[in-house]
Design a protein around this ligand. Structure first.
Ligand code: G
Ligand code: G
Ligand code: MN
Ligand code: NA
Length: 250
C-alpha cells in the first residue's frame, strides 16, 4: 500500500517526530515525566494521526520497525533532558510477539545511555490475548532490568482481576473516558475510586489520564491518585515547548 511505503520512508527522511505530554504527581502537581506520542507529517497529505497509521502499521507488521524507531528516539531525547524525568513509550501488541523485544530494548538503552529506571512502557490489555504466559515472561524480564510497565487505557478492555494478579504491572492508567465523566456520571466516581483502591491493594500506582478540569483534578487529589496526565497540565507538544519546565523544576 502507498501509505505503508510512505510511512517506511518517513522513518528515514524526518517525517516522524515525537510529541511529549506531561505527567505530574497527583498531590503536588510536580512534573515527573512525559508520555511520548508519535507524530507523522506526510509530504503531501500533511499531518496523519497515530489513530490512523498505528493500526495500519499493526496490520502490515511495520509496527515492529516503527516501534523500535519510537523507542530509540524517545530514549535518545530523554537522555538529553535537563532533568532525569521518566519517559513513557507506548508498545503495540505485535511488538510482544517478538521474543527478542527485551534484548532490543536493552540495546537501545545501551546505545542511548538512558538509565532503565527512567523508561516506562505502556501496554494495553490486548497483549494478553495472544499468549499470556509469554507476555508475562517478557514483562518480568523487562522489569528485572528496572524498566517500569504501565497498563494503558485500564477499564475499557478485557483485563480481568486475574490478569492484574498474573501480570507484574507497576501502574494502572485509568482510561480518560472515566475521568471525563467525573462530575456528570455518579458511577464514574465510583469506578475511579474502585480502581484507586485496587491499585493500592495490589501495590500498583495509578495514573489518571485525560484530566482537563480543575474539578477533576481536585476530586482525584482528594482520592489520593498518584499521578495525573491531561490537557489541564499540558497537551502533547514537541519537547522544546517544555524546555522551561524541564530547566526550572517547580
Ligand atoms: O497521540 P494521540 O494523540 O492522538 O494518540 C492516539 C493513539 O495513538 C493513542 O491510542 C496512542 O496510544 C497511540 N499512539 C501514539 N503514539 C504511539 C506510539 O508511539 N506507539 C503506539 N503503539 N501507539 C501510539
Ligand atoms: O491511548 P493513549 O492513552 O496512549 O492515548 C493518548 C491519547 O490521549 C492521545 O491521543 C492524546 O492526545 C490524548 N489525550 C491526552 N490528554 C488528553 C485530554 O486531557 N483530553 C483528551 N480529550 N485527550 C487527551
Ligand atoms: Mn498511552
Ligand atoms: Na490511554
Amino acid at each position: 500500500r502507498v501509505l505503508e511505503r510512505d510511512l517506511r520512508q518517513a522513518m528515514d527522511d524526518g517525517g516522524l517526530s515525537l510529541h511529549y505530554q506531561p505527567q505530574v504527581e497527583g498531590r503536588t502537581g510536580v512534573l515527573v515525566g512525559f508520555e511520548a506520542l508519535l507524530r507523522w507529517v506526510h509530504p503531501v497529505r500533511g499531518t496523519i494521526g497515530p489513530d490512523i497509521f498505528v493500526p495500519l502499521a499493526e496490520e502490515t507488521g511495520l509496527i515492529v520497525a516503527l516501534g523500535e524507531w519510537v523507542l530509540r528516539a524517545a530514549c535518545r531525547e530523554a537522555a538529553g533532558w535537563a532533568q532525569p524525568l521518566k519517559v513513557a513509550v507506548n508498545l503495540s501488541p505485535r511488538q510482544f510477539q517478538r521474543p527478542d523485544l527485551p534484548d532490543r530494548i536493552l540495546a537501545i538503552l545501551a546505545q542511548t545511555g538512558l538509565s532503565p529506571d527512567r523508561l516506562e512502557l505502556e501496554v494495553t490489555e490486548s497483549i494478553i490475548i495472544n499468549d499470556m504466559a509469554r507476555a508475562v515472561g517478557i514483562l518480568r524480564r523487562l522489569r528485572s532490568y528496572g524498566i517500569r510497565i504501565s497498563m494503558d487505557d485500564f477499564g475499557t478492555g478485557y483485563a480481568s482481576l486475574a490478569t492484574l494478579q498474573a501480570f507484574p504491572f507497576d501502574k494502572l492508567k485509568i482510561d480518560r473516558s472515566f475521568v471525563a465523566q467525573l462530575g456528570s456520571e455518579p458511577q464514574a466516581a465510583v469506578i475511579v475510586r474502585a480502581v484507586l483502591g485496587l491499585g493500592r491493594s495490589l501495590g500498583m500506582g495509578v495514573v489518571a489520564e485525560g484530566v482537563e478540569t480543575q474539578a477533576q483534578r481536585d476530586f482525584l487529589a482528594e482520592e489520593a491518585c498518584g499521578e495525573m496526565q491531561g490537557y489541564l497540565f499540558g497537551k502533547p507538544r514537541p519537547i522544546a515547548d517544555y524546555a522551561a519546565a524541564l530547566e526550572h523544576p517547580a
